[in-house]
Write a protein that binds this ligand. Structure first.
Ligand code: AMP
Length: 190
């Protein structure tokens, strides 16, 4: 089973991905985590991505599709993956479709976590207050979050239409407690 968990920054995609990994024995494929690992490893990709991420912009589609393809070819992805933070542009969605088709795989669900902007901003403010400086993500600042939200509405939201047209999109309320959202997700997936 392959699932896209879709939603704005700080919607809870990472947290809920972990729940789905446990419950359905899937692999979490977070392009944000992969890029952060590349930065901490000091790879060429990491050097390229670092400034882009700090500004809240998107890394280019070709690079992202390349790292996703490499990851999808690993044997542990055989049982299925949760795409977390990917695809973020329509071109990435189209690239993913082509990649899956070539691999003889398909998408089973695209699930959107719906959370109001004010709640996203207050979640990030809380996270900033609770996390020591040296552990904080470089893009976890109120200003960068606003930029990431703008990028989400401009470049990422059209992806919803793309999957809506394909009849794959399901929407759930991402605002209740973590366990309640997990239960809503489990209801959709079954
Ligand atoms: P995330 O951890 O998913 O919030 O991603 C953090 C940052 O990594 C984003 O703000 C982008 O700069 C970059 N990034 C992560 N995933 C993608 C993607 N699929 N396409 C482009 N940039 C991405």
């Amino acid at each position: 089973m392959n699932v896209i968990l879709f939603g704005p920054p700080a919607a809870g995609k990472g947290t809920q991905s972990k729940f789905l990994v446990e419950k359905y024995n899937l692999v979490q494929l977070s392009t944000g985590d992969m890029l952060r690992k590349a930065i901490s490893d000091g790879t060429e990709l990491g050097i390229k991505a670092s400034e882009i991420m700090k500004n809240g912009d998107l890394v280019d589609d070709e690079t992202i599709l390349g790292i996703v393809k490499d990851r999808m070819e690993q044997p542990d992805c055989k049982n299925g993956v949760i795409f977390d933070g990917f695809p973020r542009t329509k071109a990435q969605g189209q690239g993913l479709d082509a990649m899956l088709e070539k691999m003889g795989k398909k998408l089973d669900f695209v699930i959107q976590l719906q959370v109001d902007d004010e709640i996203l901003i207050s979640r990030v403010e809380k996270r900033i207050a609770e996390t020591p400086d040296n552990e904080r993500r470089s893009d976890d600042t109120p200003d960068t979050l606003r930029k990431r939200l703008d990028v989400y509405y401009e470049q990422t939201k059209p992806v919803l239409e793309y999957y809506g047209d394909k009849g794959l999109l399901k929407k759930i309320d991402g605002m209740p407690r973590v366990e309640v959202v997990s239960a809503l997700l489990a209801d959709v997936i079954g």
